[in-house]
Design a protein around this ligand. Sequence first.
Ligand code: SF4
Length: 450
Amino acid sequence: MKTPQGIRFFVFKENMKERKTDAGPIRDILAKSLTLEVLGMDEVSRLIELKDIGLWEEVFETARLLKEKVYGNRIVLFAPLYLSNECVNNCVYCGFRGGNKKARRKTLTVDESVQEAGLLSDRGYRRLLLVVSEHPGSAGIDYVENVVDSIYKNTDIRIQHINSAPMGVEDFKRLKACGVGVYQCFQETYHIPTYMKMHPSGPKADYQWRLGVMDRAIEGGFEDVGMGVLLGLHDWQWEVRALIAHSNRLITKYGFGPHTLSVPRLQPAEGAGVNNEKYRVSDSDFKKIVAIYRLALPYVGVVVSTREPSGLRDELFSIGVSQVSAGSRTSPWGYVEDRDTAQFEVGDKRNLEEIMGKIASLGLVPSLCTACYREGRSGEKFRLLAQKQSIRDFCQENALLSLKEYIEDHASCSVSRQLIQRLKHESAKSRNGFSEKFRLIEQGKRDIHI
Ligand code: SF4
């Protein structure tokens, strides 16, 4: 199959050879990651092929240190907002696929999307990920523009990202102009035969159109793009290499790579028609994948959704994850009423407050901050700041300000004491005084950030 210009990364062998573990080269790779250098493909392969359990503990610890070095000890929280489940595609793993005749279909009206976003902002969320299935008739670019604009105008949501089907450059320009922060789209699988099998009909059956989407998004003005593979469709080792190779190619071409890498793992969905036991990713491999993404692309945000169970997510906080969704519903109108056709089953059912409390109890800082997007710290600028470890400093202060706001406006008694303790502990470490800024927040000023 011909590939889009310049994309030549899916030529790996199906069965990669196992190498004898030698601790020296692995430790050299870990040391290189700690200098915030992007890893080469051979180094990525060495990590993927690593079998030694003791050395894996060193890898996890390095991933934790690296995340701390770049981002500090904060974990960023957001909620997905599903706008539509009408879909012209037929992805066999998805409950929204057109062929699922049992699905109750809905596309939120603009007013309904504002209602759902308002409900989320009343709970304390400030960052949303809009999720739109592919249906040009009911959820095209005009609709998305209206939704984004209305949510900004009518709620306290401060940044909206979007996960949507690939589009052309002109539509990306419109999406960027209306204030979307990150454009996210997962390749699902880079393995062409698997891709063809999983996407039998609809525009998504066009592998190349999807593969070139990040180039078009960047050409359309997006410096922040989010990428990922749906783990469980094909051999994870092969997919992880392909995704990192794709990311490295963007870095070479544009000077920056993905802003985030997500780790969606195949979950059951009502009406879905796939059970890929052969490629099921175990929890222990899942943790390795998170650590490998962190080490391979040190400045990248690693995102874990509520697909994963709470215990595993709690563990991942300490091995490189920097962003998590919380309290998610995966169907349109799912926050206002629990609807029955979800895109996939949610594993972590805790609400925002419970997850914030858990993060605080682990000695980390739950953050609802959105400052970087609005201050233009994105793309290459973000990467340069991250390399100088300045993102950590900006973020730590902004994270604490967002936490203070949350405590003032949303935290219930059950979690408030824990969050206040965390806030006191962290702000005492800061060189910049917080007392004046905290006083302003107590007096009702909002959205204070640097
Ligand atoms: S994965 Fe996306 S494109 Fe595929 S059927 Fe589901 S909603 Fe549609």
